[in-house]
Design a protein around this ligand. Structure first.
Ligand SMILES: [Zn+2]
Ligand SMILES: [Zn+2]
Length: 262
């Protein structure tokens, strides 16, 4: 995994005015936090959902332990209590050595649901998508550039992605005509069909079909299965490109990669 990396989900997005959004707080957020200064603008974190692989990095995120930092966390509302309480199930004894209330930074939590708002030069749309438990996908538009981030998603569950009406496909409105779609592609088509239908994640073939239906220009295969090593990911990316038939660009997300979207 030296090539594609092994950290869990975290994407840093720099907008046209230099302001930043952090999408999810998986273990990848640790290195990102080390690169920040106290004097930087408040940290803005958007969580898609609270599965451990998307919040695990918070305990290792330096700005949370810096009394001069401000961190704003937004994530999905849930029926079983406020976002703060749900995150505190992780950042509390016996799973962690500190409690939420002891974090030195100024931290705020805001629950979001299907909605849209502006942040700096960008418009952010959030919508619930098909996964296990309340999970949001995000669509972020800055000027003429749109990114859709749907890292944990099973739009093919109970659907024929090739033929279903667009309105009936989970997440498709978020991804419409996106310049970059970062989308779940955890399983091979065979693994998915054999043992993972209903697990909340996508077969790579379904990710490509979803991207084609959305009209996205570029697909970043994301949320690689931990059992898939670099060689297999290379092979699967080749198959995904073939399935895309030139309708869009396809790459596998790679840790530390920087994509410029002019
Ligand atoms: Zn998940
Ligand atoms: Zn996940």
């Amino acid at each position: 995994m030296a090539g594609y990396g092994g950290n869990t989900a975290c994407v840093e997005l720099t907008l046209s005015d230099g302001s930043e959004l952090i999408l999810d707080a998986g273990t990848g957020i640790r290195e990102l936090g080390q690169a920040r200064e106290s004097s930087d603008a408040p940290v803005q974190v958007l969580l898609t959902h609270l599965h451990l692989d998307h919040i695990q990095g918070l305990m290792f995120f330096a700005p949370l332990f810096d009394p001069d930092s401000e961190v704003h966390v937004r994530g999905p509302a849930a029926l079983d209590g406020p976002l703060l309480n749900r995150l505190a199930r992780y950042i509390s004894a016996p799973l962690a050595p500190v409690e939420m209330r002891e974090l030195p930074a100024a931290v705020s939590f805001e629950e979001i649901t299907t909605s849209s708002w502006t942040f700096g030069p960008a418009t952010i749309e959030a919508a619930f998508v098909n996964h296990r438990g309340p999970t949001l996908g995000y669509r972020i538009t800055d000027g003429d550039v749109t990114i859709a981030y749907i890292p944990d998603h099973e739009p093919a569950l109970g659907q024929r992605l090739e033929t279903s009406a667009a309105d009936w496909i989970s997440g498709l409105a978020l991804a419409r005509e996106a310049d970059l779609l970062i989308h779940d592609a955890q399983y091979t088509d065979a693994q998915y069909a054999k043992a993972h239908v209903g697990w909340g994640h996508s077969a790579i073939g379904d990710a490509v079909t979803f991207a084609r239906r959305s009209g996205a220009r570029r697909l970043s295969l994301f949320h690689h299965d931990p059992e898939h090593d670099d060689a297999l990911l290379d092979e699967l990316t080749g198959e995904a490109r073939a399935a895309a038939e030139g309708a869009l660009e396809v790459d596998a997300a790679r840790e530390g990669a920087t994509l410029d979207l002019p």
